[in-house]
Design a protein around this ligand. Structure first.
Ligand code: T1G
Length: 709
């Protein structure tokens, strides 16, 4: 046997234990060793049944995703290469019982379904999350799952990719028994109860497939939902096609259809992008110059200063993680308003089934509204979320410096201001850091953690770890105006405004980016966030604008007219009582007038140019951010844009997208815009360098010389 798979015996029951930490992925050597074990079990007359179980914290979390990058198109016929093993297990003359704890995901569930019986621990989960990687189950999952769980549930699990808890898996027929207590002992006991029974082969269990009259409606609804909720993704639709094949074709032919669809997805740009995202979300948690053993400051209590939209949302984030919160504001009415918004947000979470009322009641107990800093001396961390103005922030940090005990993490939720300048208001700049939440803070997954010059490694490591506890994706960024996300968003939205000034209509600009996959167009996003936010910042930083450089002219004028967007019922669009955007001809006319007065020539603009101008503006600024070391890696930028700015995951993020297009083509296009639109489009040095070398952003790492050869 191999180190990856052990074969032991408990009298007449053989035990196959998969031991491939951290998640028992079916990597090289594992399927082969399982197959060897099955062969030995069949040959061992003393063995009457077998139990297959995972060592460590989980059963099997799937095939080894790292291996997919190595599969060449020449190996398409092989597919995942798991089918023969699963057939061998299913055809084993002795009952094979699969014992599941932790996760049985992807190939792990497919392996489990090839067994004759499945038992699970109460906390177990099963699922086919492959679509989240841009692929579909490729080892018979789309054929065996509908036979066990029924067509409707199988379509849902394969097309949406969400896990199913053990209790529900039992009700669905995926599990045959729940085992409380010692799973292995329970599985062995269960195996002894089925020795005399025929070993049911999942591939022959067709009873749940025989309700054809229902199938059409199930598949139509699933396709409609996929096109709406997973817009632009190919894998969910492929998964639905594969499950549909199970209802129409014999098992083996269904598997052939599945293999073809699996390969189509696997060799697509979408799956490469989504696997980049999978590993990227894990990569961003690693900070090269912060050793794993850096001491972590425990955060078991927190103070939040400012009970406005952001402060209230941040208080909910900590309470949701079970951390008591002191929520402070300057006066009672402001505090009452803040608590009222929190209660309303929780009420709508209960209404939408996200939380139970009991959960909400417990969380509200954890949020204590206060008017003074009296108890701030006892908290482990403070997050300041007051009005975005430097004088006020420095005043607050000065007070925190006086009341908080040594070792307290002092964080600011600023979205644009300098962390170093805020820290200068204290005598402990090493304790100061930026924790930039995104609105609504209780829903958005992204947390930009802003490293100040003096921020200590302990404070950084503690915030990176805390972000996981808060169910956020924490990304460490350097301190500059707008950090990473907002700094890149500036040029992106600038180009959108220039395009409408040059003749594109407002809806066309938003539609082009929406069709590209953005969650919302750039102009509509401005209306959602509030045009006045950017207006106030532009006014504060007017002195920093390059003299003579072209500036968008529309949004300032819209704000002067009081058109701040959704919050005032009008911005780029008008909004009805349900906040639905309605094109406003008045704005279109004003734009033509302002553009003509400014002497801006009008022209027809293609959707492709709209996309290129906006997306490549992101990429060019991203390249500058990388060369300045404000972002550690290109993937950090990608993860920020997927989790904070609605960039389509199936395109991998702006930097990965640029790599997919090819940096030479990107540079050519940006150079073209540079010739047409001037210095704002000066190609970033790093972009020129990498394009020259035929390299990619993904390959770039900090410390590498960025200057052109
Ligand atoms: N392959 C390779 N590495 C994996 C892996 C996998 N399937 N799953 C996790 N890892 C690594 C991960 O990169 C990290 O590494 C470490 O394990 C711990 O993971 C044939 C084709 C299981 C819910 O999509 O969703 O089967 O960063 O940090 O938060 O049809 O990992 O430490 O170096 O995420 O506790 C389908 C993917 C594959 C599940 C655990 N399976 N994994 O979460 O730990 S395709 C999946 C997860 C397939 C079949 C098809 C999560 C988890 P490192 P972690 P976690």
């Amino acid at each position: 046997m191999s180190d990856l798979v052990q074969l032991t015996k408990n009298q007449d029951v053989a035990i196959i234990t998969i031991n491939n930490p951290p998640v028992n992925a079916l990597g090289p050597g594992v399927p082969e060793a399982i197959s060897q074990a099955i062969t030995e079990i069949i040959q061992d007359e003393g063995v009457k049944a077998a139990v297959l179980i995972g060592a460590g914290r989980t059963f099997v979390a799937g095939a080894d995703i790292k291996e997919f990058g190595k599969i060449t198109s020449g190996q398409k016929a092989r597919g995942t290469g798991l089918l023969p093993l699963l057939r061998q297990i299913e055809d084993c003359p002795k009952p094979v019982v699969i014992a599941i704890h932790g996760m049985a995901f992807g190939g792990g569930l497919e392996l489990a379904m090839s067994g004759h019986y499945r038992v699970g621990a109460p906390g177990a989960q099963v699922g086919q999350p492959e679509v989240k990687l841009g692929i579909i189950p490729g080892a018979g999952g789309t054929q065996r799952l509908p036979r066990l769980a029924g067509v409707a549930k199988a379509v849902e699990m394969c097309a949406q990719g969400n896990p199913v808890p053990a209790r529900e898996a039992l009700e669905l027929g995926i599990l045959d028994r729940m085992i409380d207590g010692d799973l292995l002992a329970g599985a062995i006991a269960f195996a002894r109860t089925v020795l005399e029974k025929p070993a049911p082969k999942t591939r022959e269990r067709n009873e749940k497939l025989r309700i054809p009259e229902q199938h059409a409606a199930i598949f139509t609804a699933a396709r409609g939902l996929a096109r709406q909720k997973q817009r632009g993704m190919m894998a969910p639709l492929a998964a639905i096609d594969a499950v549909e094949a199970a209802t129409r074709l014999p098992f083996d032919e269904g598997c052939e259809v599945e293999k073809k669809l699996f390969n189509d997805c696997l060799f697509s740009d979408q799956s490469k992008a989504l696997m980049h995202v999978f590993f990227g979300e894990r990569e961003v948690a690693k900070v090269p110059d912060i050793p794993k053993e850096t001491p972590i400051i425990p955060v078991n209590s927190v103070g939040v200063v400012g009970a406005g939209t952001m402060g209230g949302g941040i208080a909910m984030v900590f309470a949701n993680a079970g951390i008591p919160v002191l929520l402070k504001d300057a006066d009672q009415p402001a505090l009452d308003r803040g608590m009222e918004v929190i209660r309303k947000n929780y009420a709508s979470s209960v209404k939408r089934g996200r939380f139970t009322q009991q959960f909400v009641d417990e969380r509200l107990q954890l949020i204590k509204p206060v008017l003074s800093y009296d108890d701030f001396g006892n908290v482990d961390m403070v997050v300041e979320a007051v009005f975005e103005g430097m004088p006020l922030k420095k005043e607050v940090f000065g007070q925190l410096d006086r009341v908080c005990r040594p070792g307290t993490i002092l964080a600011s939720n600023t979205s644009t201001l300098s962390i170093d300048e805020i820290a200068s208001a204290t005598v402990r700049p090493e304790a100061v850091i930026g924790t930039h939440f995104f609105s609504p803070a209780n829903l958005m997954r992204l947390l930009e953690i802003v490293r100040g010059k003096a921020s200590s490694k302990e404070v950084i490591a503690s915030c990176m770890q805390l972000s996981k506890k808060l169910s956020k994706v924490g990304v460490l960024v350097g301190n500059c105006r707008g950090f990473v996300g907002n700094r890149m968003f500036g040029p992106y939205r600038r180009e959108a405004q220039f395009l409408v000034e040059e003749g594109a209509n407002i809806e066309a600009v938003d539609q082009a980016l929406y069709d590209f996959g953005m969650a919302m167009g750039p102009l509509a996003t401005g209306d959602l966030a509030g045009l006045d936010v950017g207006w106030r910042i532009r006014k504060e930083y007017r002195h920093l604008e390059k003299p003579g450089a072209r500036q968008p002219l529309a949004e300032d004028r819209l704000c002067e007219m009081g058109r701040y967007g959704q919050k005032t019922g009008a911005g780029w669009y008008k909004y009805d009582e349900n906040r639905r955007a309605i094109p406003d001809p008045e704005v279109a006319d004003l734009l033509r007038k302002w553009a003509t007065e400014a002497g801006i020539p009008q022209r027809k603009i293609s959707p492709q140019e709209i996309v290129d101008r906006c997306i490549l503006a992101l990429v060019n600024e991203g390249a500058r951010i990388l060369e300045e070391g404000i972002a550690l890696r290109a993937v950090d930028i990608d993860i920020i844009y997927l989790n904070g700015y609605g960039f389509p995951a199936y395109r991998g993020g702006p930097m990965w997208y640029a790599d997919t297009v090819g940096l030479n083509r990107v540079l050519d296009r940006i150079s073209e815009f540079h010739r047409q639109h001037g210095e704002l489009w000066e190609p970033a040095t790093l972009l020129k360098r990498l394009a020259q070398e035929g390299a990619t952003f993904a390959e770039f790492h900090q410390g590498q010389d960025v200057t052109a050869a």
